[in-house]
Design a protein around this ligand. Structure first.
Ligand code: PAF
Length: 279
């Protein structure tokens, strides 16, 4: 496994790979790798000749009062995990290298303003911009993302379509702890008690799933989900939404594929989770 820090070094490695006709799979990450990331790497390994993992806590996707400064990091452990997972190249640039005199940003309008975009107005602009850079730098044929960040995936798909990127994006299933809690690097902020309380997210989604099968009214489903979340008195709901899987618009009836998504502040961590319901 090679480990590099600069764009030039990545190019020196991937250009010959590309020239020889091999396929490249990219797994973009912000590090502090968990089983969710490892499942993306495994899939990339299965579907490509050459696997690149990027580890970069991207400053442009964090708002002023968010956790950029305290985002968990463990590069040594991440490199070890990548090596064990059969990664070919790890790219871990510095923010200075990635954003030297930077003037260009990509915003996917409309989709970026919904759900998480309401309380995190610059977040998806940062995600789209850094992913566009990583797609170009790695020259990947395919890139792998987790469904936990469902809105991120929908936005990146739209960017790829609108800007004609020659890359295929793959959405991979959410990986959960045994308890059912969706894996996230931010789970590190939670105490054992908060982790247990955070299971109301998964419980509310399970309730939604059973109600969706009965084709119940979305507002009725959301009301039931809220009741479950409120069983934890300190949990603060940012949103619970049932939206069209492509345009993220609220749906009035369950007559198409929908995303049931929620964001809830549980103590120190803002947690997101979702299910996709296909009719
Ligand atoms: O999902 C993430 O970890 C990040 O948003 C990503 C895609 C690596 C971009 O910084």
């Amino acid at each position: 496994m090679k480990e590099v820090k600069t764009v030039e070094e990545v190019r020196n490695v991937v250009n010959p790979v590309k020239k020889s006709g091999k396929s490249i799979g990219l797994v973009p990450t912000m590090g502090f790798l968990h089983e969710g990331h490892l499942s993306l790497i495994k899939r990339a390994r299965e579907e490509n000749d050459f696997v690149v993992v990027s580890i970069f806590v991207n400053p442009t996707q964090f708002g002023e009062n968010e956790d950029y400064g305290s985002y968990p990091k463990d590069l040594e452990r991440d490199l070890k995990r990548c090596e064990e997972a059969g990664v070919d190249l790890v790219f871990h640039p510095s923010p200075e290298d990635m954003y030297k005199n930077h003037k260009t940003y990509i915003k996917v309008y409309d989709l970026s303003e919904k759900l998480c975009g309401v309380t995190r107005p610059i977040h998806f602009r940062g995600v789209a911009t850094v992913c566009a850079k990583l797609f170009n730098i790695s020259k990947a044929d395919r890139a792998y993302f987790g469904q936990k960040d469902a809105q991120q995936f929908i936005i990146l798909k739209k960017m790829v379509e609108d800007l004609n990127f020659d890359i295929e994006l793959k959405r991979c299933p959410i990986i959960r702890e045994k308890s059912g809690l969706a894996l996230s690097s931010r789970n590190k902020y939670l105490s054992d008690k908060e982790k247990e309380d955070a299971l109301v997210l998964q419980d509310s989604l399970k309730k939604a799933e059973s109600m969706l099968k009965e084709k119940r009214d979305p507002s009725e489903i959301i009301a039931e989900m809220e009741k479950i979340i409120h069983l934890v008195d300190y949990a603060k709901i940012d949103y619970i939404k049932i939206v069209d899987l492509e345009n993220l618009e609220d749906v009035e009836k369950i007559d198409r594929d929908v995303l049931v998504a929620l964001a809830v502040q549980v103590g120190p961590a803002r947690l997101i989770d979702n299910i996709i319901y296909e009719v």
